[in-house]
Design a protein around this ligand. Structure first.
Ligand SMILES: [Cu+2]
Length: 101
């Protein structure tokens, strides 16, 4: 019986039934798509939806600075991503980025 419960729990986790609850608890990320990466400049171009906190009420394609150059290795052109951005020293900067699943 114990084994069956364990298998059932594993299936729940693998199917993602448990994961969405975790995601909801995090701060909402912005959906976007990578259109260009400039590693030497530490910049990324993202097509993105509205970002109310940065006064972008409509979606657009624009260049962002990245907080950490390593972020540019995690994604490639064409990837759909989820990211967060903020004004850092007056520059709009990606503070977090992950591939969308
Ligand atoms: Cu924008």
């Amino acid at each position: 019986m114990r084994k069956i419960a364990l298998v059932a729990a594993s299936i729940l986790v693998l199917s993602g039934a448990v994961l969405p609850k975790v995601a909801v608890a995090q701060s909402p990320l912005i959906n976007g798509q990578v259109t260009k990466i400039d590693e030497s400049a530490g910049k990324i171009t993202l097509k993105h939806g509205p970002i109310k906190k940065l006064d972008m009420n409509e979606g657009m394609t624009m260049v962002f600075r990245v907080q950490d150059p390593a972020m540019l290795k995690q994604v490639k052109v064409g990837d759909k991503v989820r990211f967060d951005a903020d004004r850092v020293n007056g520059q709009i900067t990606v503070t977090k980025i992950e591939k969308a699943r």
